[in-house]
Design a protein around this ligand. Structure first.
Ligand code: NAD
Length: 498
């Protein structure tokens, strides 16, 4: 059986203790095993990153960027291999995996601008013969802990930027689909990254706790579910670390009575059922303003949900693959059962889907509920599966109140032709990423990604300008070169230009 090992100090290091099974979700078979690091193995990676830091922080940003230019090319050259690795372990379709990789590459492109990003600010003559500047210095050893649902893109949100800012990085990927993440890191080594600047250590809670507790690790970026995000934020900040911890979501789409229905339905189909709903920006609630748009939406959506092409993600031309594990599939099924028990109307039931030839795969069909109310668990909880819930309300204000009262605030969108309604929505909605007729408003790499409320713990969002702030600390320098011949007496009043 193939074992997925650690990448430490530029070498593949075999696991010494526990291992976990990695499944092919389309067949239900164990395809590989992944090493789960113990504390001693994690310490090897921390020591490696620490030893690489002094030389790397002194490497000119333009040289750091040159590694990223080569890395970008390698990623593009190996796009098909990476997409297949993602699909084989995550289950998402090849087209979706390729899309994820392309969005990840955009973050590498942003990191290629390191010399411009790190230019700093300069002010001449802030006092007599005195100049001042602010510069951004790296933090040191920093770490990232990432979820299963974007094994290529989410790590690429983190380490390219952290590294071009002069830091050394330890990545702890999801143990459920580690192969593409490791392969991509190996391409970065091939691009010329010095040993130890990026280490990849697989593992579970033991490995993560070793990172949280290590005094050498100065900052933690986390993306995953809300309970773990909250744990990592509180334990990390308690130890004086800088932490950004992105959590779960429940993303609502508001359909106004004047929405362009056909386009809204196409947008909802992709946003609710793409990647089997396993996206933190997936739309899982459609809030319909008025019964007319709700009835029309159900009539148009229903046949399209029933016609979803579902199968092994590695086959081309499909809409949806399986869920990532049997446990994930059973959890989503449990939510559908609960929705029925709690009184929602099940319009399309995906529970009994069988994919011919893949009978043991973790498949579910697209599912649609109507008449969902705010106290039902299918409304309160993140289901993370192909389930769309329709909530009926009578006004835009009621729709916004519903969204603002939800504990999560990652993404949302409004479908309308009314500019005034869209303006009000954008202004007053308590959500971090908002779309107007755009169902998945994932910011491009030169903006930053982050939710509000219990979707993000910390102050700075991921990647883009906030990512630069997160992975650097500011130093303000005030400089004067006195003229040789002059001598000034001591001044005891606080220096000022007054
Ligand atoms: P998860 O929280 O189970 O795992 C995320 C990471 O934390 C993994 O590397 C895992 O090994 C580690 N981990 C798990 N349990 C741990 C524990 N007890 N102690 C320490 N570390 C632990 O999340 P997941 O199931 O891999 O991913 C899905 C979740 O991630 C969803 O909730 C989704 O909304 C969220 N997500 C959020 C964003 C965002 O940007 N907000 C993006 C992608 C995914």
């Amino acid at each position: 059986m193939r074992i997925v090992n650690h990448l430490i100090h530029g070498e593949m290091i075999a696991g010494t203790g526990r291992h976990a099974d990695v499944f092919n979700p389309a067949t239900g078979e164990v395809s590989k095993q992944v090493a789960l690091a113990d504390r001693a193995t994690m310490q090897l990676a921390i020591d490696s990153a620490k030893s690489a830091f002094p030389a790397w922080r002194k490497t000119p940003p333009a040289k750091r960027a040159q590694v990223m230019f080569r890395f970008k090319q390698l990623l593009e050259d190996h796009e098909a291999v990476i997409a297949k690795l993602i699909s084989e372990e995550h289950g998402k379709t090849l087209e979706d995996a390729t899309g994820e990789l392309k969005r990840g590459i955009e973050n590498v492109e942003f990191a290629c601008a390191a010399p411009i990003i790190l230019k700093g600010e300069y002010s001449r003559n802030v006092g007599p013969s005195i100049d001042a500047w602010s510069e951004m210095q790296p933090i040191g050893v920093v770490a990232g802990i990432t979820p299963f649902n974007f094994p290529a893109m989410v790590p690429l949100w983190m380490y390219p930027l952290a590294i071009v800012c002069g830091n050394c990085f330890i990545l702890k990927p999801s143990e459920r689909d580690p192969s593409s993440t490791l392969y991509i890191a190996q391409l970065l080594q091939e691009a010329g990254l010095p040993k130890g600047v990026l280490n990849v250590v697989h593992g579970d809670k033991e490995a993560v706790d070793a990172l949280i507790e290590a005094p050498e690790v100065k900052a933690l970026s986390f993306v995953g579910s809300t309970p773990i995000a909250e744990y990592i934020y509180s334990e990390g900040t308690r130890r004086g670390k800088r932490v950004q911890a992105l959590g779960g979501a429940k993303n609502h789409a508001v359909l106004m009575p004047d929405a362009d229905l056909d386009n809204a339905v196409s947008a909802l189909m992709g946003a609710a059922y793409g990647s089997c709903g396993e996206r933190c920006m997936a739309i899982s609630v459609a809030v319909c303003v008025g019964d007319q748009i709700a009835d029309a939406l159900i009539e148009t959506l229903t046949p399209q949900i029933k016609a979803l092409k579902i199968g092994a993600g590695t086959n081309c031309g499909l809409d949806m693959g399986p869920l990532v594990t049997g446990a994930a599939r059973d959890k989503v099924k449990g939510y559908i059962d609960a929705g029925v028990a709690q009184g929602a109307r099940l319009v399309v039931d995906g529970r009994d889907l069988v994919v011919a030839g893949n009978e043991s795969g973790y498949f579910l069909g697209g599912t649609l509920f109507d008449n969902v109310t705010p106290e039902m668990t299918i409304y309160t909880d993140e289901i993370f599966g192909p389930v769309l819930c329709i909530v009926r309300v009578s006004s835009l204000e009621a729709a916004m109140q519903l969204i603002n009262e939800h504990e999560y605030g990652n993404g949302t969108c409004i479908f309308t032709r009314d500019g005034e309604a869209a303006h009000l929505f954008v202004d007053e909605i308590e959500v971090g990423m908002v779309g107007v007729n755009v169902p998945l408003p994932v910011p491009v790499s030169y903006h930053s990604f982050g939710g509000w409320k219990r979707s993000l713990f910390g102050d700075l969002h991921a990647y883009g300008p906030d990512g630069v702030r997160f992975y650097t600390r500011k130093k303000a320098v005030t400089q004067r070169w006195p003229q040789r011949a002059s001598h000034e007496a001591a001044q005891f009043a606080f220096p000022s230009n007054g």
